[in-house]
Each structure stands twice: as C-alpha cells, then as structure tokens.
Write a new protein. Structure first.
Length: 75
C-alpha cells in the first residue's frame, strides 16, 4: 500500500510540476491571487488567470530558447 501511495504521489508531482517548477508555482500564485481578489475585494478577478498564462508562457518560452551555456541570444 505504501509503494502504491508513493507511486501515486510521484505521478501527480510529475504531472503538476512537469519540466518547469516555475510555471507550476506561477499557476498556484495566480490561482491564490484570483481567490483573494474574488473573496476579499469587489475587484473583478476574471483577468488574473489569462494575464498569468500569457506572462508564464512568455517566460517559459524565453528560458527554453536560450542556449544552455547561459549566453545571450544575439538578434
């Protein structure tokens, strides 16, 4: 039973975090901000997740296309 629970937890960790823990953390922060805005204020919160997705996608793609040595890409 313990081995099954460990495999189940490892599956969900790999599924949620995947290749980039920064994106997973960004989604959690965006969901928390959406919840806080929707419950604690009268500010509409529908816009938080689309903005977060656009920002996280841009940052993730920027990291993915950078050379592995850390050198900057010349344009």
């Amino acid at each position: 039973m313990i081995a099954w629970l460990r495999r189940f937890g490892a599956f969900w960790y790999d599924f949620v975090v995947g290749d980039d823990w920064r994106v997973a953390l960004g989604v959690v922060i965006a969901l928390a901000l959406t919840y806080i805005l929707s419950t604690a204020t009268s500010i509409p919160s529908w816009w938080v997740l689309p903005v977060a997705v656009a920002i996280l996608l841009t940052l993730s793609l920027r990291r993915a296309i950078q050379p592995k040595g850390g050198a900057k890409v010349e344009r």
